[in-house]
Design a protein around this ligand. Structure first.
Ligand SMILES: Nc1ncnc2c1ncn2[C@@H]1O[C@H](COP(=O)(O)OP(=O)(O)OP(=O)(O)O)[C@@H](O)[C@H]1O
Length: 275
């Protein structure tokens, strides 16, 4: 496992944000997450960055209580509540997880798949109501899938499926959304569309934490980033502080040049092999 000892400036979660500390997870006798502290401020888009295998997906799954932390020292607070200790149904009303390889082979229509996001909001024995269908339709419209509502999910392209996952999470109307590579499979316009949806959610006060591989995309669209390497946080904070060669180069084993975006003034990163 790679470990790096770069300066870490942890951002501070504002009230209502995600604030996790000492998150550890192990598998096969190996420490995959090694005491991770991560914050995601409310009303902001936070990016979770790091090389392949650095622990991004694992961290998102532990934060979402899909897999338990390795020990009781972990604390995952959201809006002041102990997220891991909440009853499952209450947690499902608060948080949505959009996974990278969510199962899509069920013989269901796009609309039915998105309606699954409404389950936490329904009483146990009730079927879906008009409110649920309206929320699902809104979510489909937001990701541009209205015309595909009646198609079977199994017949969709990779990018269309990715948008179904996003729509299901939107239909859930969460206060915290965790996304694993939400731009995976998406063309450039669709990537911008997905990031625009996240920005809109943040504008509504939702806490957004998204694992991203594209550092320039993160630099353009994230308010705050957390960089993982070898299961540890090596830096966190404003993109202009974290996405700099001194931090990025040792983590990714590349040479980074940072340019300035002609329209936004934000960093654009280009990479060369390290000689
Ligand atoms: N159940 C498991 N058993 C053994 N090792 C695991 C398990 N789950 C994850 N790992 C290992 O933990 C490490 C972190 O995996 P994870 O999927 O969290 O990384 P990631 O940063 O999301 O990577 P990528 O960018 O490639 O998606 C990897 O080395 C992976 O092989």
């Amino acid at each position: 496992m790679t470990t790096t000892s770069l300066p870490t400036s942890l951002g501070t979660a504002s009230a209502g944000g995600l604030d996790a500390a000492r998150v550890t997870w192990a598998a096969g006798g190996r420490l995959i997450l090694d005491g991770v502290d991560v914050t995601a401020p409310a009303g902001a888009v936070s990016g979770l960055l790091g090389p392949n295998g650095s622990g991004k997906s694992t961290l998102l799954r532990v934060l979402a209580a899909v897999q338990p932390p390795a020990d009781g020292a972990a604390r995952v607070a959201f809006d002041g509540a102990d997220l891991l200790g909440l009853p499952r149904r209450r947690r499902a009303r608060l948080l949505a997880l959009v996974e990278q390889e969510a199962s899509t082979d069920l013989p269901v229509t796009v609309l039915d798949a998105v309606l699954l996001g409404r389950i936490p909001h329904r009483s146990l024995l009730a079927g879906e109501g008009a409110d649920d269908r309206a929320a699902a339709r809104r979510a489909l419209a937001t990701v541009g899938l209205t015309d595909l509502a009646d198609r079977e999910v199994a017949t969709l392209s990779g990018g269309e499926r990715q948008r179904v996952h996003m729509a299901r999470a939107l239909a859930q109307e969460p206060a915290l959304i965790l996304l694993d590579e939400p731009t995976n499979h998406l063309d450039i316009a669709a990537q911008l569309g997905a990031l625009r949806v996240l920005r809109t959610l943040a504008g509504q006060g939702v806490t957004v934490l998204a694992a991203l591989h594209d550092l320039t995309l993160a630099a353009q669209h994230c308010d705050h980033v957390v960089l993982l390497s070898g299961g540890r946080v090596v830096a966190a904070g404003d993109v202009r502080d974290v996405l700099v060669p001194d931090v990025v180069d040792p983590v990714y084993g590349v040479r980074t040049d940072v340019l300035t975006h002609p329209r936004t003034g934000r960093p654009v990163l280009t990479f060369s092999p390290r000689d």
